[in-house]
Write a protein of this length. Sequence first.
Length: 158
Amino acid sequence: MTISTGDKIPDVTIKTNGAEGPEDISTGELFAGKRVVLFAVPGAFTPGCSNTHMPGFVVKADEILARGVDTIACMAVNDAFVMDAWQKSQNAQAFTMLADGNADFARALGLDMDASGGGMGTRSKRFAMIVNDGVIEYLGVDAKGVDQSSAETVLGKL
């Protein structure tokens, strides 16, 4: 079942990059007491994600943060090393990069998809959400393209 507006974010342990490499991060802790914009992509370094989705958030990061957002987080079903390299290549140092390597968080949200036809296994759907103290205020899931989950759409919902 897909999570929806008004629902509480499930508490799942995933990975992020710390000063000494990959470390666990609890989604319950990440979203608690903060307003967070989370956008998720099917895969780091893929064309749509690298050429369209991520760059929009990089360009609009200051505007998003100025509207009362504490954290901008980017998630993909990749490992923490890939997410770290992608963050550096995209000049996205202001973001918290979330590595959902086993798709545990995507699955808990009901936003996982089967991309095995393209050799990519289980991935996250492309989506964005605004979460306030663990509760979803906005959820936009893209069936195709990047219209519901773009930085511009998120800005319009803040």
